[in-house]
Design a protein around this ligand. Structure first.
Ligand code: GLV
Length: 329
């Protein structure tokens, strides 16, 4: 197996590279702490059989036109909207990804954003830094109560279920959700109620987005959607920034159409430092850190490495996005 060359497109946890090396692969790592430009990515990928990448690598039609030789792509993430899956499948290139292991860590971030936003953590921290904490003020800096309120989940899958569990356990929240298809297992476990999108918007006190980004979810949270939400509601997004329209979100917050927002994802990423969202009292923004704890990232690297190892050993990819690509080989 020592002739098989794997390119690690980013500096990734050692657990993945170690497994690959132990299995006899020749591993090259891009050692700069930045994503490659697409030209650099193409030039480097050309010299390898397999690509281990993440959400910062744009694998579009142009990439595939130059790198159709690839045997497999292993994505170090659960989401894969950076990859033209249809084109990879057409070329017979399977794509692995890393679901499940990051659900709890990502739900922690959604849950943390909900609390931080409802009580204005970041804004108040910034005030202290500016020397603006003078004394206890009974009617200032008031947040919003969460206990016994309604949590609306847009995209109730693995991560959404973990968010719901936290909100039920900590705050006795009632859970409603909207998916393309109902999720009976989650309904049973979480006592969650399936509602249409309009009801989700109208009834949620906290609306948390956990769907994948695709043509159905792109830009779904726009001016019209925010208008249907409660003026006391909090919008949380830990999935992908393109699921909301950022200009419409800013307007909804500025006009009081909704009360607050907690975002781990923005559009574009990185968010520019002069974005008005960063100056608002009721907004918390994080730099896309949903899965960023040591244990989770280690587990993701192991899964991503195993997707490659199993492919070459047994012609199977344990966590595959496009199984059709393997059958066609
Ligand atoms: C991160 O955003 C992921 O999709 O894993």
């Amino acid at each position: 197996m020592d002739t098989i060359k794997v390119l690690l497109a980013r500096i990734l946890p050692d657990t993945g590279a170690e497994l690959l090396r132990a299995a006899g692969f020749s591993v090259t790592t891009w050692n700069e702490d930045r994503p490659m430009s697409q030209e650099e990515l193409i030039e480097n990928t050309k010299k390898h059989n397999a690509l281990f990448c993440t959400i910062t690598e744009k694998l579009d039609k142009r990439f595939f036109s130059k790198c159709s030789h690839l045997d497999i792509i292993s994505q170090f993430a659960v989401g894969y909207d950076n990859i033209d899956v249809e084109e990879a499948t057409r070329l017979g290139i399977p794509i692995g990804h890393t679901p499940d292991v990051l659900s709890e860590a990502t739900a922690d971030i959604a849950f943390g954003l909900m609390i931080a936003t409802s009580r204005k953590f970041l804004h108040l921290h910034k005030k202290i830094l500016k020397g603006q904490w003078s004394y206890f003020r009974p009617t200032a800096d008031l947040g919003i109560e969460i206990t016994n309120k309604t949590l609306g989940i847009f995209g109730l899958g693995r991560i959404g279920s973990e968010m719901a569990k936290r909100c039920i356990g900590a705050y006795n929240m009632k859970v409603i959700y909207h998916n393309r298809k109902p999720n009976p297992k989650a309904e049973k476990e979480l006592n969650a109620e399936y509602v249409d999108f309009t009801t989700l918007l109208a009834k949620s006190d906290v609306l948390s987005v956990h769907c994948a980004l695709n043509s159905n979810s792109q830009g779904v949270f726009d001016k019209d959607a925010f208008k249907q939400m409660k003026p006391t509601s909090i919008f949380i997004n830990t999935s992908r920034g393109s699921v909301h329209n950022e200009k419409d979100l800013i307007e909804a917050l500025q006009s009081g159409t909704i009360w607050g927002a907690g975002l781990d994802v923005t559009n574009p990423e990185p968010i520019l430092p002069d974005n008005p969202l960063l100056e608002m009292d009721n907004v918390t923004v994080l730099p896309h850190i949903g899965s960023a704890n040591k244990e989770t990232r280690d587990k993701m690297a192991v899964i991503a490495a195993n997707n490659i190892i199993e492919f070459y050993k047994n012609k199977r990819v344990p966590h595959v996005i496009n199984p059709k690509a393997i059958r066609e080989k």
